[in-house]
Write a protein that binds this ligand. Structure first.
Ligand code: TRP
Length: 328
């Protein structure tokens, strides 16, 4: 089976856009690939985090992923900092990464602008740590959003560079840009992607929102003055709502358009909100249940880390040997 690697940072609340674009893919891919899924707490601290909050979010995210259907029996679900090999391989890869190439990464430049008071070495090293994550597991595929594609390309470059300097060691990973899923946009400005950090609280629907909040946000969604419910480039608000509906209902666009034909915008928005709330309710309940059983959750994550460590250790000892670290 091919190997898949992905990770998510425990920062901010996940939105329904993350659910459609990332979480559901993890669930789908786990039966087709040998998957390693990490909670990237080491990446998270490249911007300031409140320690107690980081701890809470790490556990919450693990519970959420399991509640969404990530099956710890099928994949290795673990916390990045539990496997020290990530930091160790990152150090080796640092010696192969040029300062110029790291400082040209798009996300580093953006984050340096947004966190101008805290442009730390970790922020610049972020993509190298990500390369270490991926290369440790000899991953064939890395499912990522478009914003992370450049980082996977760096991982490929570093794998090739290492292999040509020290001999064949790493598999060169491929980004897997998952097709067929619609982009979920802001409910307040459908020209931009729904974001977990939007300052307008009505723009994003969070996986932790309760039913009333979800429905209220959909009722306030920006539409247009026409009264036709159809996917159309001229109608980005309605199209976005239809996309969300299809993704949560599991239906096609023409089925969705058919079932809303002739309906007013108010009823349509209510129907979309209810559909989303119906899907999220059992997930939220399961997440709460898991969080109440902390011991069980902890042992699931420990088992995941152990499984990850076994695979990572193999690669790391090979790397240490190849670079010339002496060992008896
Ligand atoms: N940087 C990724 C993000 O924020 C998270 C991540 C860390 C990751 N390590 C990874 C994703 C390795 C894929 C592979 O989305």
């Amino acid at each position: 089976m091919s190997i898949m690697y992905s990770a998510v940072q425990p920062s901010g609340n996940l939105t329904i856009g993350n659910y459609i674009g990332a979480v559901r893919n993890w669930v789908r891919l786990q039966s087709e690939y040998d998957c390693f899924y990490a909670i990237a707490d080491m990446h998270a601290i490249t911007v300031r985090q409140d320690p107690a909050e980081l701890r809470r979010r790490t556990l919450e995210l693990a519970a959420l992923y399991i509640a969404c259907g990530v099956d710890p029996e099928k994949c290795a679900l673990y916390v990045q900092s539990h496997v020290s090999a990530h930091a160790e391989l990152c150090w080796i890869l640092n010696t192969l990464t040029y300062v110029g190439e790291a400082s040209r990464m798009t996300q580093f430049k953006d984050k340096s602008r947004n966190h101008a008071d805290n442009v730390n070495m970790g922020l610049m090293d972020y993509p190298v740590l990500m390369a270490a994550d991926i290369l440790l597991y000899q991953a064939d595929h890395v499912p990522v959003g478009a914003d992370q594609k450049q980082h996977v390309e760096l991982a490929r470059d570093l794998a090739e560079r290492f292999n040509s300097r020290y001999g064949e060691t790493f598999k060169v990973p491929q980004p897997l840009i998952v097709q067929g899923e619609a982009r979920i946009c802001s409910l307040q400005d459908p020209s931009k992607k729904m974001s977990k950090s939007d300052e307008n609280p009505n723009a994003s629907v969070f996986l932790s929102d309760d039913r009333d909040t979800i429905i209220r946000k959909f009722k306030r969604a920006v539409t247009d003055s026409d009264n036709r419910i159809a996917a159309d480039a001229e109608k980005p608000g309605i199209t976005n709502l239809l996309n969300i509906y299809c993704a949560f209902k599991g239906c096609t666009m023409s089925e969705a358009e058919g079932s809303f034909a002739g309906m007013g915008y108010g009823d349509f928005k209510l129907a979309v909100g209810e559909t989303v709330a119906d899907v999220l309710a059992p997930i939220q309940a399961e997440k709460q249940r898991l969080l109440q059983e902390k011991d069980v959750l902890a042992s699931v994550l420990n088992a995941g880390a152990e499984r990850a460590f076994k695979a990572a250790r193999k690669t790391l000892s090979k790397v240490y040997r190849k670079v010339g670290f002496w060992r008896e």
